[in-house]
Ligand binder design. Sequence first.
Ligand code: MRU
Length: 359
Amino acid sequence: MRIGETHWRTIWPEADGSVGIIDQTKLPFAFETVTLRGVADAARAISEMLVRGAPLIGATAAHGLALGMREDPSDRGLEEAAIRLMATRPTAVNLRWALETMRARLSALPPAERAEAAAALAAEIADEDAAQNRAIGTHGLEVLRAIAAERGRVHVLTHCNAGWLATVDWGTATAPIYLAHDEGLDVHVWVDETRPRNQGGHLTAWELANHGVPHTVIVDNAAGHLMQRGEVDIVLTGTDRTAANGDVANKIGTYLKALAARDTGVPFHVCLPSPTIDWSLASGADIPIEARDPGEVTHVRGLAEGGVVRAQVTNPGSPAANPAFDVTPARLVTGLITERGIAEPSRQGLATLFPDRAA
Ligand code: MRU
């Protein structure tokens, strides 16, 4: 996607075999790239959230495994690299999907052929993610066009960052928004700041501003009020793992948005590429929810006169808890926008679009 006049992806292979990423912990105050040279670099980039967002976590794990094959292409090297990457973050299932896809193909090859094949497969996984998100964009665009035809405008509310920074390109929830904006629809986005790490205020706002999409950052608690006032036409979010029955895990606070949307009659759509579906889980109850450092609640990062600072915002000494995701039941979801079309949020709905996977 666009930064100024340049087209960027969030992850890319370098000529020397290393892998480039954007360091998202520095955004929006600085734009810096980082080079990953081995599996340890890739694991650190995921666990410390230099990269984040379910599809990008998957793509980074794939590239990380490819870097691991340059270091040690033996069966043991493959196993150890996969275990190390798998341990980085628990909720986004794209991580497991990417590692299993890579392992299935690589373990069938002699070690001497693994490094080259792994780099090619990681690039394929990245390209596939960009294409899937583009397709989500075209299906979601139909929904936004229908709203614009009825209301003359589309006010979207989104939570966390489900933009191109969370994927390889396009974003999941933002792909329809970018397409709608580019074809001239009157789109405006309410951006939940998304405490505690502020992915909305830091990352989604930065992306939308770079693309020229009108948007306004709001505190998380303002969303229900805006829905009551008729200021939100649709909620679009991403998801880190969707169970086979259509329950969706996404950034903490998503469930409350879905409840408010249901109460006020606002459609609530979730955008996801198919690697985000966990067919092995019958419902969202068993989705592992990441507990992150309470320090992310007690302290915030922001720009002060002297540069970027970290400041305490809670009573010193008070304990804090930081569950990073919640599960929105399928009954609160209007539609699951995938690369194959819009599924009803149910086992049957997903199976109709993905009969090959549901089996
Ligand atoms: O903790 P993060 O920043 O990795 O969480 C990201 C989200 O919750 C996104 O909304 C999600 O990955 C879906 S989007 C592509």
